[in-house]
Design a protein around this ligand. Sequence first.
Ligand SMILES: Cc1ncc(COP(=O)(O)O)c(C=O)c1O
Length: 395
Amino acid sequence: MKLQFSDKANQIKEGIFTVLDAKKNELLREGRTIYNLSVGTPDFRPMQHIMDAVAEAAKDPKNYKYALVELPELLTAMQGFYQRRFGVELEKDEIMALYGSQEGMSHIAWALCNPGDLVLVPNPGYQIFSIGPELCDAGVWAYPLLPENQFLPKLDEIPEDVARRAKFMVVSYPANPICKVAPESFYRELIAFAKKYEIMILHDNAYSDIVYGGRKGGSFLQYEGAKEVGIEFYSLSKSFNYTGARASFALGNREIIQKFRALRTQFDYGTFLPVQYGAIAALEGPFDGVEEQCRQYEERNRTLCGGLRRIGWNVPDSEGTMFVWAPLPEGYTNSEEFCVELMEKSGVICVPGSCFGSLGEGFVRMALVLPPEELEKAVESIARSGILQTEKVQN
Ligand SMILES: Cc1ncc(COP(=O)(O)O)c(C=O)c1O
C-alpha cells in the first residue's frame, strides 16, 4: 500500500540535528572526546524539595487519574510566585498550565488565527514560533533582529500593511538564540504598537531567571496595558531544571487564556498530578537555588566567551539565557559547514545559526551545559584544532 501523508508532514525536515548526531556518534566510536554544546537541556539537578514532592505524590494511586485541570493549589502557587517574583497580580482565570512552552507555542495559533492570517515572529528566533502558525496555515512575517539595532525589532519599520494584517506577534527576551535582554522602554513601545494595530502579543519568558551583569529578569506583564494586549509564557524548564517534567504556564489576558483553555480541552486531560505537585514545590520553595544557578551560568559564560576571545575568536559575552551567540570566525560564511568542521576537528558540537532563520546565518549557538573546567577544555581543543587560522577562506 502506498501511504500518503499530509503536505504539512511532508514539509517537516529532520534537518541538521540528525547530521550532527550521526557525526557525533561516529566520533564517539573513534574514541574522540566530545564537548556537546548543542542541546539546551540544563545539566544542573532539579532541587531536592522539588524531586521529593514529585516522588511523594507519585506514591499515591489517586494521583494517576486524569488531572483534567490545574490543582487549585497550583494556581495559588503561581499567583504567589508572580506577585513575589515580578510584582504582578493575577486572577486564577488568568493562568493556565501547559505541557511546556513549546507545546503552548505550537498550539496557541489554533486559538488565535485563521488560515491566511499573518503572524509576526523574530528572525533569528526559536523555531517553534513560526511552526505553530504554519501548521494552521497562517502566514509568517519575520521581523529582523539585527546587531546594529541591539537585536530589537524596529517597530516603526514594520510596514503599515503588515502591521494592519498581523493577528499576533511573538516576542521573547531574554532571547534564544541571540542572548540579549530587552530594555524596559522596548516593552512600553511594544504595548503601544500592539494597541495601535490591534495585534495580540505573546511574550515567551523562558529565560527570565538567567540574566547576567547584576540585572534581574522581568516579566512582560509588569508593564501597564500588557494584560490588555497579550499573554506571557513562563516555563519551569530552565529556571528549575524541570525540563522533562513538562511544566509551563500561559498567563495574562483572560480572554486569550479562556479561548486557549477551551481549545486545549479537546486534546489535553491535564498535567500529571505528581508533576503539578512538583511545580507547586518549585514555585513556593526557596528561590536562592535559582539565583545561585544563574551565577553559575554567568561564570560559564565568562569562561567560554573569554576563553574564545583569548584564542582569537571574537565572541561577545551574553546578556542572559543559557547560550552563547557566536559570529563565525573570520574566513567562514556557512554556519552548517563550520559546525561540521568544528566538530570533526575539535569535538565541540554547537548549532548552526541558520537553524534559527535566515538572519541566523553567520553565527553559531553554544549551550552553557558544561561546568567551567570542561568549557576550558573545549576552548583548548578549539585552539589546538587550528580552525581559527585566519588565512582559511571558505567558498
Ligand atoms: C525561547 C524558548 N521558549 C521555550 C522553550 C521550551 O520550553 P519548554 O521546556 O517549557 O517547552 C525553549 C527551550 O529551549 C526556549 O528556548
